[in-house]
Design a protein around this ligand. Structure first.
Ligand code: UDP
Ligand code: LCN
Length: 808
């Protein structure tokens, strides 16, 4: 690996500076410096030199520091891990003495990391290396990092150009593909009267002649049998115009194919009738579950996605002319059944999803290995032993409910994606993954210190499951670009799986190909029936408004509310999240506590989890509850803060954002890391100026200063100042609040709707399904490798955890 940036400094007149800075690091206390530590150390260095930190454009050293992700101090040398460009890493050892640069390989780096934590034992044999690169070597790879996340466009172009080179084979392939589609045993698209690709081409031309003098709006049922005689079954369109259009596209594809035409054609093929979404952990339900540990945005995301998907699928099937077969989509969200459901419906096998025709939550119990465990909610960090048997039982139930196998399986989060892998493999169905949040980047050093954390978090299982599922998936949808490959100065969530060590367990030399076309950015939307701008007064219910105003600002109910407001008329500074450590509501409370300026202007209103530790069984939640009380007392926030320890029904949460907006309040999302952040969308569409963490998805949703603001939750004073600055601007110009509010609303409507999401998702599923059919053999070796990891690595560890659970 060449270290271009490091070399440039060594060869420049900043050489002495580099040496001095390296020497300081070498003598410092920290052996392992992360980016923030490095930036801070460099700022200190410059201060000691009595000069400002030079911008990266003016100093080679500054540029190097800016792009350095980590530095490991190793006796006489420093190991620099530099990320000069998105998704690219260079590792070099720099001898401090004479500034010699020695490039390092990934295995060397992983060994060094092991050594750092005293888990390097070369005399005991080689560590197990995981490397998926060979399997990607002969699959198409995107070249430009800009295009990462636009997988399907690339794949289409690439594979089409390969396929189209041999017109005969291409036509045969398409012909075979058209023959496989059925709905409830009924043949679709073409029947056995069409005998060959050549014959197909002739019949298409003939069908076009037959249709040429019929009125464009005539319904398909009127000419269905005429087309059937020519060899065409339902699936081409619902009117003359639509059928003609589709046949013309096919005609073009057969004669002079191109990738855009192929995409347009495949997107029209009715091949998705039944979709299974997998989300085993947490409390999955429609009421009384949000805000519990493990039940947050993922549940909201899936339920809204299902509603929109069903609508879109119905429209697509209707447009394809499948009304004649009364074809209807069916969607099942598969989750676990929790016998002790604590007042929720999580112990009910089937639950219809509101606002849908045929979409259901199907709950399948974990097997009763130890009823004391399996009867109850199990934290997402603990459920690994139950997933394989869950997949086996769920397969039977899914088949029974669908009366068929699903056409697409979408996994959610690490556990759901693993089950999706197991099911998709058994059922031979396209697998799509959605991460929501990969814990690896959420918890600092989660892999390096996995052994210390194993007891609580079981990351060894989770990261292995992640590796298996992400490599096995036919395609992955991510909510943001940075979820895949980060930003110029921070690494992406998937990127963090590229190489890492799990000391004493394995080394991942190459865990995922980030340039693979399997990645597609498809952000979620927001439920526009529940969350809408505060000034849509006619859609708001006065009764709700009054009730929730009281709840927010004045109601005295110690069971669910802590705190009162001395001056309820002050501008509300609002936040809502689960009480996870990462959500950092305690950080916001502390920032508020430390800032007199904020306290003068605002009240802090938090909707968060519970008020009593005795009511929680989640260790992070308990710790956060204690911390929040401590902050309130330490900064004497009495009279200035209200903490609502309640679970809001969804409709109420929509109105709550609007009530805050009525009072020209603001929304703050202070998470230490947020994978995406649905509350950001909800707040923005409601018209609340929103301050979102700069770590994670909000960085892509919000455009700083245009339709919201970034905050750095690790610098509490700075965070408070950013908010105060906006409030001062609002004092100077009353239009300022309106300006940001309006721009936030526009941002969501233009970019984050479920309609955009579902259209894209369905089209992706069809196109990957097509390519899966056309180039199946290329993936089998990868799948075998993933199976081996599952059986040889994952399963023994899962069984060991099960043994622990049996002791409880
Ligand atoms: N939510 C809620 N009540 C709560 C806490 C959260 O209704 O007490 C909802 C919130 O409106 C949002 C979701 O839960 O729709 C949280 O999603 P987000 O993506 O912001 O975070 P996550 O919890 O998934 O990490
Ligand atoms: C999980 C998270 O942590 C959030 O950041 C996302 O918004 C949510 O899932 C939905 O994808």
């Amino acid at each position: 690996m060449t270290c271009v940036l490091l070399k440039a400094v060594v060869e420049s007149d900043e050489r002495a500076d580099l040496r001095q800075f390296s020497r300081i690091l070498q003598l410092g206390e920290k052996r392992y410096l992360l980016r923030n530590d490095i930036l801070d150390a460099f700022a200190d260095y410059c201060r000691d030199q009595e000069r400002p930190v030079p911008p990266p454009s003016e100093s080679r050293l500054s540029k190097l520091v800016f792009y350095t992700q980590e530095i490991i101090v190793d006796n006489e040398s420093l190991c620099w891990i530099v990320r000069p460009r998105i998704a690219q890493q260079e590792v070099c050892r720099l001898l401090v003495e004479d500034l010699t640069i020695v490039p390092m390989t990934i295995p060397e780096l992983l060994d060094l990391r092991d050594r750092l934590v005293n888990h390097y034992h070369p005399n005991e044999g080689d560590v197990f290396e995981i490397d998926v690169q060979p399997f990607y070597d002969y699959s198409p790879i995107i070249r430009d990092a800009k295009n990462i996340g636009k997988g399907v466009e690339f794949l289409n172009r690439y594979l089409s150009s390969k396929l189209f080179q041999d017109p005969r084979q291409w036509q045969q392939n398409l012909f075979n593909f058209l023959r496989i589609h059925r709905y409830n045993g009924y043949q679709l698209l073409i029947n056995e009267r069409i005998r060959s690709p050549q014959h197909l081409s002739e019949q298409v031309k003939q069908a076009l002649v037959v249709l040429s003098d019929r009125p464009p709006t005539e319904a398909y049922s009127e000419f269905r049998f005429e087309l059937q005689n020519l060899g065409f079954e339902p699936g081409w369109g619902n009117t003359v115009a639509r059928v003609r259009d589709t046949l013309e596209i096919l005609d073009q594809l057969l004669d002079s194919p191109d990738h855009q035409v192929l995409e347009a054609f495949v997107s029209r093929i009715p091949m998705l009738f039944r979709i299974a979404l997998i989300s085993p952990h947490g409390w999955f339900g429609q009421e009384g579950v949000l805000g519990r540990p493990d039940t947050g945005g993922q549940v909201v995301y899936i339920l809204d996605q299902v509603k929109s998907l069903e609508k879109q699928m119905r429209e697509d099937l209707e447009l394809a002319g499948l009304g004649v077969l009364e074809a209807q989509p069916k969607i099942i969200v598969l989750t676990r059944l929790i016998p002790n459901a604590e007042g929720t419906l999580c112990n009910q096998r089937l639950e219809k999803i509101y606002g849908t025709n045929d979409a259901w939550i199907l709950r399948v119990p974990f097997r009763e290995f130890n009823p004391k465990v399996t009867q109850n909610w199990i934290s997402r960090f603990e459920i690994w032993p139950y997933l394989e048997t869950f997949a086996i039982d769920a397969e039977r139930e899914l088949r029974a409910e669908f009366g068929h196998v699903p056409d697409l399986i979408i996994g959610n989060y690490s556990d759901g994606n693993l089950v999706a892998f197991l099911l998709a493999r058994r059922l031979k169905v396209t697998q799509c993954n959605i991460a929501h949040a990969l814990e690896k980047s959420k918890y600092l050093f989660s892999n390096l210190y996995w052994q210390d954390l194993e007891d609580k978090y079981h990351f060894s299982l989770q990261f292995t499951a992640d590796l298996i599922a992400m490599n096995a998936a036919n395609f992955i949808i991510s909510s943001t670009y940075q979820e895949i490959v980060g930003t110029p100065d921070s690494i992406g969530q998937y990127e963090s799986y590229q190489s890492f060590t799990m000391p004493d367990l394995y080394h991942v030399v190459n865990g995922i190909e980030l340039f693979s076309p399997k990645f597609n950015v498809v952000p979620p939307g927001v439920n526009e029936q529940v969350y809408f701008p505060y000034y849509h007064y006619t859609e708001r219910l006065e009764g709700d408004r009054q009730r929730l105003e009281e709840l927010l600002f004045t109601l005295e109910d110690p069971q669910q509310i802590y705190g009162y407001l001395e001056a309820p008329e002050k501008r509300p500074l609002f936040s809502m999240a689960r009480l996870d450590r990462i959500k950092n509501l305690t950080g916001l409370a502390e920032a508020f506590g430390r800032s007199k300026a904020l306290q003068e202007r605002c009240n802090l209103i938090l909707v968060a989890g519970k008020l009593r530790t005795a009511d929680s069984s989640d260790r992070e939640e308990i710790a956060e509850i204690e911390k929040l009380y401590q902050i309130i007392h330490q900064y004497n926030l009495h009279g200035k803060i209200r903490w609502l320890g309640i679970r809001l029904p969804k409709a109420d949460s929509g109105e709550i954002y609007r009530i805050i907006a009525d009072r020209q309040g603001i929304f703050v999302q202070p998470a230490l890391f947020e994978a995406f952040g649905l509350t950001i969308l909800e707040a923005m569409i409601s018209g609340l100026p929103t301050f979102g963490t700069r770590f994670g998805g909000p960085l892509e949703i919000i455009q700083d200063g245009v339709n919201g603001f970034y905050i750095n939750p690790t610098h509490l004073e700075e965070m408070a100042e950013t908010i105060v600055r906006f409030l001062e601007a609002c004092d100077r110009d009353p239009q300022e609040w309106q300006r940001i509010s309006k721009a936030g609303i526009e941002r969501v409507y233009s970019t984050y709707t479920w309609k955009i999401h579902c259209t894209r998702l369905l089209s992706l599923a069809k196109i990957y399904g097509f390519w899966n059919f056309s180039s199946q053999e290329n993936r089998e070796d990868m799948m075998r490798y993933m199976e081996a990891l599952f059986h040889l690595l994952y399963k023994p560890r899962a069984q060991a955890l099960l043994a622990e659970h049996l002791q409880r």
